[in-house]
Write a protein that binds this ligand. Structure first.
Ligand SMILES: [Zn+2]
Length: 378
């Protein structure tokens, strides 16, 4: 039992350390040689330490106990949740245990840890994009949708948007899966797999609760899409995320889910696409030449970062979004009213253009920018 006790302390210490490092996830992965402990910081996994294989089972027992899982079940995947308090702040942990070759692996997501007080001013929007968004957030109704792949910070953008809304005067309700971040003055409801009701059922209940502003964590199905569109047409400001790549592809997702073009024309005000980039650490950043070598860097073709104590060896100071903000203008609304499902043109300030500017200014690495620009071309 002494062994178990020390492992419990090791698990607790690891969670505390990960929270303080600003990690979004912790992984304990049993390998042939031992248990690999890794943190995801700024979106990238980083090795922290390796524990002896003999400790693997005790780590899993401790974590299962915390999340009230079945400790005796070792052959099936399990998931659960619990909360912890670090430095006086409470964090919700989502835990998944998987049976793998050398035992059981554990993944812990620390909700809200990577989002430190998001606002429209600090998430990476350009000045012009901020002004456009603020304009739409002042209106009493309409649908505002952010798109991006998983982990691109689209919920963070909506949390930042919610803070712009007068939460004293207006009834603001969210339906989320999971609730990642708490916003004062907002009624936040847990739905989906982790809650007891679906997004669609949750949204219908919210509409009966006299809301002014509704945030829909994610539009995943036709029913939720339909209710969100109707809500936006009947005097509510609706903010939602959807799984889509570029801004101009967001309306297409609604059409695929069976929304009539004339309805979308009446509801949709602005679409936002985003992805996350890593801002280079200013303390260990260096100029590189054409081939990516440091050298005297003449001519300088961009920047990279080595990693230092200030950035915990990641080379990244912080992660922020790069955005496309595309208002749905009168011309495109007219086309949709006539039954066409044609899509809006790409925004003038594309993500590719912004990423090229950030790389030239040494804000993001040459390699990251080149990889993304190559991806954007095809
Ligand atoms: Zn650094």
């Amino acid at each position: 039992m002494v062994m178990t006790y020390s492992v419990a302390a090791e698990v607790d210490r690891t969670i505390e350390e990960a929270v303080r490092f600003g990690a979004s996830d912790i992984h304990w992965d049993p390998q042939a040689s031992g248990v690999r402990v890794r943190y995801r910081i700024h979106g990238r996994l980083r090795d922290v330490r390796e524990l002896p294989s003999a400790m693997c089972e005790a780590v899993v027992i401790r974590v299962k106990g915390m999340a009230r899982m079945n400790v005796a079940e070792k052959r099936l995947p399990q998931d659960g949740s619990c909360s912890c308090v670090v430095d006086g702040r409470s964090y919700e942990l989502r835990i998944a245990v998987l049976p793998v070759l050398y035992g059981e692996s554990v993944a812990v997501r620390i909700l809200g840890n990577a989002l430190r007080s998001p606002t429209l001013d600090n998430i990476g929007l350009t000045e012009v994009q901020r002004q456009v968004l603020r304009g739409y957030l002042q209106r009493p109704y309409g649908l505002i949708v952010t798109g991006g792949a998983t982990g691109t910070g689209k919920s963070t953008t909506l949390y930042a948007a919610l803070k712009e809304i007068d939460r004293e005067r207006l009834h603001v309700v969210t339906i989320e899966d999971p609730i990642e971040y708490r916003v004062a003055g907002v009624n936040q409801m847990q739905v989906g797999e982790s809650g007891r009701v679906s997004f669609a059922a949750g949204l219908r209940s919210v509409l009966r609760a006299d809301p002014d502003v509704i945030m829909v964590g994610e539009i995943r199905d036709a029913e939720t899409a339909e209710i969100a569109v109707r809500a936006a047409m009947t005097g509510h400001l609706v903010l939602a995320t959807i799984h889509a790549g570029r801004a101009e592809e967001i309306p297409a997702r609604f059409f695929e889910m069976g929304i009539e073009p004339y309805l979308l024309a009446a509801a949709l005000r602005v679409v936002i696409a985003q992805r996350l980039v890593g801002e280079l650490c200013p303390h260990c950043r260096y100029a590189v030449d054409e081939s990516g070598q440091a050298a005297g860097a003449e001519p300088c073709r961009g920047y990279e970062a080595r990693g230092c104590d200030a950035c915990r060896q990641t080379g990244i100071a912080r992660r922020h979004g790069v955005f496309e903000v595309l208002p749905i203008d009168a011309q495109i609304r007219r086309r949709w009213q006539e039954g066409s499902t044609s899509l809006p043109d790409a925004p003038q300030d594309t993500m590719a253009a912004q990423i090229a500017r950030l790389a030239a200014a040494g804000k993001i690495g040459r390699c990251e920018a080149a990889g993304w620009l190559a991806e954007a071309e095809w």
